[in-house]
Every structure is written in C-alpha cells, then in structure tokens.
Ligand binder design. Structure first.
Ligand code: SF4
Length: 390
C-alpha cells in the first residue's frame, strides 16, 4: 500500500467509526460533552517566501503565523520557485508535497473565470494541497511539482472581487439559485482548511464577505475539520462551507492525510450550528462494491448530525468520478500501487471543455447512481437541496 502518512501535529487519535465502517452518531460538539478532538494539522518540512511576498501585508502575516508555530521561513533570492525536483518522480512528489511557498499570485489568477456548475466565479487564495487523495483532480489541472503555494496578496485579491458582482451566469441568472447572489468559489485549486492554520486567509475572506453588505456569497469546500477558528466569526450567512465527504471505503482508503469522515461530519454540524449555510460535496462518487449500503450509511450519519440544527440551510453537490488520460498518468506516477479503478474499457469516453477527453461512468451506471442519490437524499435528508449532479 502506498504510504499515505503526513507529518501531523498534534497526533490524531484513532478513528471513532467501527471497523465495519458503520455510521457513528455525532453527539460530541454541543459544549455539553467532551470538546472536539484536536484537528489534524499539516506541518510543512520547508517553508519558503519569495522577495515579492514580503511587500504584502498578508505575506508578512502568514510568515508571522508560520514562525509562531516554530517553523522557519526561508527567503528566496528570486521570485521563481526552483530546486523542487528530486532524483525521481517519487522524490519530486515527496519534496514538493512537504513544501509551502508564500508567493504573490500570478496576474492570470486575478482575472476571474466562471466555474460551472458550482459558482459564478472562482478566485484563488492558494494553489496545491498537502493531502494525498489518489484521485486528486489537481493532478489534471496543475503542472509541475505539486508544491503548495499560498498567496501573499490576499488583500488585493479580495478587493478585486467587487468588479464581478452581478455579472455571473451560474447562480446570478438561474432562477433556482438566484437566492445565493453572486457566488465566488475559493477552493478550486486547494483545500482551505488544510492551510488555514498557516495562513489565516480563509478567515479573512469570511470576514470580508461578512462585512460586504451585498447579494454575494463566498463558497469553499474542504476535507478537513479544523473549523474552530471559524465559529463565532461575523460571517452574516454570506459564506457557504461544504464538507467534502464520501463513503467509508473511499474516505478511509484513498484520501490520505485528510480528516477522518466522522470528524468532517462533526465539523459540518459545528458550522451549521453557528449559522453558516453549509453543504455536502459528495465527490467523487465511486461505484464501489455495495455502494448503496456505503453511501446510505454516509447519508444517515449526516442526517443524524444535522437533525436538531435550528434554521439548517444544507445543500448537496454530487460529482461522479472521472479521469483524463493526463490525470491518470500523473496519478499513477504519484500513487503507483493505487487500488482506485481507472480502467478506460469500463467507462464512457466524453469530450469536456475545449475538446479534452475524459472518462466517466457509462450511461446505465450514471443513471442508477443519479436516481439513487436523488431519491435517498430526498428520503434521508429532506431538508437538503441538491444543487447539481455531474
Ligand atoms: Fe486533492 Fe482535495 Fe485531496 Fe487535497 S483534499 S489532495 S485538493 S482531492
């Protein structure tokens, strides 16, 4: 089995779900029972900062935060990241995945792009992620060694969003989602809560949207549970946090370095109780053996966790597993012994944006999954609104 361990602090205790993967009720977060367990936190082996990052207030805030955690920040001589390649693909991967770089965002990132079907616009506060999901969609989206870059020019990035209000086509123009206002997705190329303890970036973003008295919404999704710093923020309901969840066979076996599933569900409950609109990103949906049972347990665990949340605003985004020739090649380089099924002969070939080939489940499997998820969510989580299926 591929080594999926991450350097973590503090040490995370054993998972609370049973060996069979049965759903476990979430009851420990109301302040009446023991507090939530310490979150898994990434400790990068190396942190570097470009000279340009020092010219930004937020760059200096990140450096102070990193140094306060006993991690040295190395000032680079130039603004390009070099020296990340190792002797082999594996070594390059390991070196890059344990490095955090504090940089200024490239100008191309400052021109926002639509991000269907999730949101009107995407913007980035970071690129890369220290976790080790064996299907990671970043494998097909980012090039070069997978170093995690966090952006020092956060204040400028947030200030630039105002130009895009009312101009989107996903939520702004669709009757079914118009109540969300102009939506801004901030987790396309990273996992926010994997990095928040080192950056503070998403807390500032939540506060920015909280103070922005307009029909706008910040959105991000995460596979981590480190939500303590978000509880009590003045979010004013203008941030929807989605927890990226999966059934146990997927979450336990191919999502290395992320928070355990019960902890993610507990985090969802904690945010919902703090008045955040919340959501489930069920992704990637994988037709593992006995998938109905496993995904049924997932939905039941969530239903139990949110059952008594007053004023619950819960959505679901349903994304089936897919891969491209490029992402498969990168992922097999990173995780040569993965058990994740990526067999073209069992899939349908489709053309995505700009003609790129992707492999998705065949229409019969897709229809079965789709019908099952829509029916079971309506039945087991009636308060949940499904935003899209893909
Ligand atoms: Fe990729 Fe998300 Fe997993 Fe990070 S948490 S490795 S971004 S899939």
């Amino acid at each position: 089995m591929t080594d999926l361990s991450l350097p973590l602090a503090p040490a995370a205790p054993a998972a609370p779900h049973s060996a069979s993967g049965e759903a476990v009720p979430i009851r420990d977060l109301d302040g009446v029972a023991p507090p939530a367990r310490p979150s898994r936190r990434w400790v990068p082996k190396r942190v570097v900062a470009t000279p340009a990052a020092y010219d930004h207030a937020h760059g200096n805030r990140i450096m102070a935060l990193v140094e306060a955690q006993g991690i040295e920040v190395e000032r680079l001589r130039g603004n390009r990241l070099t020296g990340l390649r190792g002797e082999s693909e594996r070594e390059t991967y390991a070196r890059a995945k344990s490095t955090l770089a504090i940089v200024v965002s490239p100008p191309s990132r400052r021109r926002l792009q639509p991000i269907a079907p999730s949101a009107d616009w995407r913007f980035d506060l970071a690129e890369g992620c220290p976790a080790h999901c064996q299907y990671c969609y970043l494998a097909g989206s980012l090039s070069g060694p997978p170093v995690t870059r966090v952006y020092a020019d956060l204040d400028d990035i947030l200030a630039g969003l105002a130009d895009y209000v009312g101009r989107g086509t996903i939520t702004s123009r669709r009757q079914a989602r118009r109540d969300e206002g102009t939506t801004f997705e901030a987790s396309c190329y990273t996992d926010p809560l994997a990095l928040e303890h080192l950056t503070g970036s998403w807390r500032r973003a939540v506060e920015h949207f909280g103070a922005w008295d307009a029909p706008v919404q910040l959105r991000w999704t995460t596979k981590f549970d480190d939500v303590g710093g978000f509880v009590g923020l003045a979010h004013h309901g203008r941030t929807r946090v989605r927890l990226s969840v999966n059934c146990h066979p997927v979450a336990d076996r191919v999502e290395g370095g992320t928070s355990r599933l019960p902890d993610r569900i507990a985090a969802l409950r904690r945010l919902a109780r703090d008045g955040y609109p919340v959501g489930l990103t069920i992704a990637p949906i994988i037709a593992v053996p006995d998938w109905r049972t496993h995904y049924g347990e997932l939905l039941d665990s969530v239903a139990e966790a949110v059952r008594d949340v007053p004023g619950l605003d819960l959505t679901a985004e349903l994304i089936t597993h897919r891969f491209t020739p490029g992402s498969k090649e990168v992922l097999l380089g990173w995780y040569p012994r993965t058990k994740l099924e990526m067999d073209e002969s069992t899939r349908s070939r489709k053309h995505g944006k700009f003609g790129a080939v992707k492999y998705v489940y065949p229409p019969e499997t897709m229809a079965e999954l789709r019908t099952w998820f829509h029916d079971e969510i309506a039945d087991r989580l009636p308060a949940c609104r499904v935003l899209y299926w893909t």
